[in-house]
Design a protein around this ligand. Sequence first.
Ligand SMILES: [Zn+2]
Length: 359
Amino acid sequence: MLKLPGLIDPHVHVREPGQTHKEDWDTVTQAALAGGVTMVLAMPNTKPPIFDEATLNLALTSAKQKARCDYAQFLGAGPDNADKVAALADKAAGLKMYLDSTFGELRLDDMTLWMPHFANFPKSAPIVLHSESRTMAAGILFAAIYDRPVHIAHVSLKEEILLIKAAKEKGIKVTCEVCPHHLFLTAESPSPSGRGARGEGESSGRREVRPRLATKEDVEALWQNLDVFDCFATDHAPHTLEEKDSENPPPGFPGLETLLPLLLTAVDDGRLTIDDVIQKSVVNPRKIFNLPEQPETWIEVDETAEYEIKAANQFTRCGWTPFEGWKVKGKVRKVVLRGKTAFEDGKILAEQGYGMNVR
Ligand SMILES: [Zn+2]
């Protein structure tokens, strides 16, 4: 039995408030615990989005009642809320800025709308950018100009990781994360490692995710530059199967329960080390997002257990996984969170409301 610290997932879409038919603070934190994750950082693009004091309180009230693992909530950057979110910085996981296309209150149409956020948000508090390709280059330039840290979410392209590597070498304060689906799936084939099997009748909607699945060459570049990545993050973004198989499938994959089995299988394959997992899922996210240590918290993993990933065994409400049928090695047996057994042998034992806001 392998004993590891509780994992931190810095990129989770809880779907509450507003879309609790996909997920809520109860089910998402069950999925987290079952996956060996003891702390989640929640993204702000809910309905309504979390972008001021009232909406932050809305999310935190639900979280307080329902969460079974520890958490913090991101604020979203909008066109006219830079002062408001800066004043709330110490109550939030950080500020999320959607620099590529997004809609509604978090839409930032041009770079003049980025400026007040970079100028006002405390330098000690994290700014996370959704920024793809050349937009990422602009985001990194902002980090240099304003001399403050930025964290780049879900890097998926060769050009992106090479740019971040170059920026780090110049001393620009940039960190970044990679999602398992960008490491294990490509645009050409859902099972590049050869360990998986494509699901029966899988629709194209089930492959929709942003950033999109990349080419084999991109994926190889991510693996070759793994040391440039600071964190693993799931970008857990659940939608129901009905939605994914519809005419207009929304982008996003669930990921909390497949993160650790996929990483441990890569360890078994010699593509990663256990120390990589600890650094990128515990040590670095704690440092980048100023997160407290969780006392008396650990997970126990049977690293020899081989099995197939099955959505039917998962706790997420969305009812599917892009890794259905994949053969993996490494199963979470037990999760202890702040001295209490929160998960054991497939059963959630932590009650709703046990989770703490780490801010
Ligand atoms: Zn996301």
